[in-house]
Ligand binder design. Sequence first.
Ligand SMILES: Cc1cc2nc3c(=O)[nH]c(=O)nc-3n(C[C@H](O)[C@H](O)[C@H](O)COP(=O)(O)O)c2cc1C
Length: 735
Amino acid sequence: MIRALHRWPGLAGLLLVTLIALSGAALSVFPMIEHLSSPQAGSELGVGDLAARIQAQYPGVEQIRRAPSGRITAYWFEDGAAGAAVIDPKTGQGVASADARPTERWLVNLHRQLFSGDTGRLVTAAGAALMLVLAASGSLLIARRMGGWRNWFGRARGGLAARLHIELARVAVVGLMLSSLTALWMTASTFGLLPDQTRMPRFPATTSGQTAIPPDQIAALTALPVTSLRDLSFPDTSDPTDTFTLKTDRGAGYLDQGTGAVLAWAEAPPLARVSDLVTMLHTGRGAAVLGLVMGLMALSVPVMAVSGFVLWLANWRARPRIRGNVPAGQAETIILVGSESGSTWGFAATLHRALGKGGQAVHVAPMSAFDPARYRAARRILILAATYGDGAAPASARGFVERLHSARALPDVPVAVLGFGDRSFPDFCGFAQEVAQLLATSGWSELLPPDMVDRQSPQDFARWGRALGQRLGLGLELAHLPVQPATENLTLISRRDYGAEVQAPTAILRFALPRTGLWQRLAGRGFARFQAGDLLAVMPRDSVVPRLYSLASGRRDGFVEIVVRKQPGGLCSGQLVDLMPGDSIRAFIRTNPRFHIGRSGTPLILIGAGTGIGPLAGFIRANRRRNPLHLFFGLRHPDSDFLFAEELADWQQDGRLARLSTATSRGAHPKHVQDALRAEAEQVLAVIRSGGRIMVCGGREMAAGVANALADILTPSGLTPAYLKAEGRYVEDIF
Ligand SMILES: Cc1cc2nc3c(=O)[nH]c(=O)nc-3n(C[C@H](O)[C@H](O)[C@H](O)COP(=O)(O)O)c2cc1C
């Protein structure tokens, strides 16, 4: 909702807001120029003396004005001609032309009204309102992204465009809000929408009847410092009923032209003072430095407009493409998609196309948009749901379970659930199974029994499609070719071999960082932005299904590193372990934010065995802040598969790794990593009690052993592994 409130007004008003901000930034320099180029009156000079000096130079003077910048201008009428000049208050003499600068006038016209009178004023006011909406919604988005207002200045992550957008926004947002609010106030004032702010008192009914008192003999003027003056108008001396008209920053009134007495006076109403303050804040007139600061902030708008547009375009290009999507209220079939990295959307598109060919009206939406009240024409719902880590919901299914709990089952709309997962994970299609169960207990009827697709298998999908076709009485052929993101060529630069002696050939493979284009860097996609714990999706020869390997390096390391163990009969691992320096593979990056080290300074316990050391080594290498990290590493034999042995020793030396505990499973005293944990139960518990986190990477059995050991270790504290997992303090990357 907030994102939509930021995105659509941002796109709609991109040019308008940029134009207003740029012209505003250009205008912000004029108050300073005016202030520096105008002779200033000292605070001791009174208005009476100033008026007398000017009158001595220009006997026909009719009006003296002082601008907030301190510039004094006099207007006179002499020998039948009007004159005006900027005045040096020391001499009363004109020193410069009073005409406004043409550039400034042009810019003001553009900024205030787009050269189009009242219509233009309304359009620019709409621009100010848009800016306000963008600043407010953007602030909420930043707070959300940073994990709360307290982290407002926390490190911004993402591609170049995202970082630029956030860095500028959090500095400039106050200025932009102030500019837009004050602009709206000024527009309301211009259109008479604010209560009356009249400053002038009623014109005096009687005067002394005398004329021509010199201004420097009028007490009200001599006592008034020039710095408080706004405007002094001289009376027509041929008309004794006329008066001096005086306006100051406190109020306004009329002075007798014969005696100098104050005939009428009105203090400025509070609202008028607010308006003065608003004008000063918006224009910088009277506060030139503030004006320049606001101008600088306004300059961030075009940069934010461009970076915001790039971000939107990157998301738009990566969005699932469903052609001819029927609105939810008119569709007979509703397809809901739960996906994290996008592949399930491809399956949904294939299903949508096939059903469409069969004459069906189909609506496809993310599971997070589940809203049965809108499904007025629906005859069935098909849910395609992927699973991420421990049976959790993927990104596009967030909130689905809550929505399901609060929805009533539609009596005539049966549901089919198709899970997408990977059998090598302990909780295969766990989320889809949870959804199917929840639907059954919530009273939804079943269209088909829940089914699963393993590793995006087109065969599994086609099989389910045939069952669905049969149920619907349609000949449904689901021929899906998974579309993978664009791959890059990675060239091997070095390899280190381990494990031959223990019958577990393992290699640390280091590839050169591929070149990234400007677009990738701006959008922060692919190899432009990755970190240890993300996944390298490698395309094996003779297969269209990528294999995923945890990355042991991040972009900042300047290379791409993975640890691979040759699996008996494994297609991809065999090809990788056979690579020689100079050989290359095709691969792309899949982000895996669940298994990132994060930036909090809390202590960390890293637990891994075998190739599971890969991402953990990457975390330690990236630990430039020297957060306390304690690594438990399970290996077979120190002489054969002590992966990263040299680096781990170096990292202990330079403080990136606080403590290393190893467990070797071969030899006289075989020990597993969970045994090492138990042996150091007290230290482990102390770290967890102090708010520390646990990250586990490795095989399924090892992870189960570690979970058991942790359950025992945690018992005295009343904590459980499940509780820590729910808090995000215990994460696993299991294969
Ligand atoms: C980090 C990660 C964790 C995963 N966890 C599980 C899991 O716990 N159970 C499962 O069956 N599949 C798991 N998978 C496999 C995905 O669910 C599967 O690849 C799915 O097809 C991805 O769909 P998507 O591209 O639409 O997100 C995981 C994949 C990744 C990358």
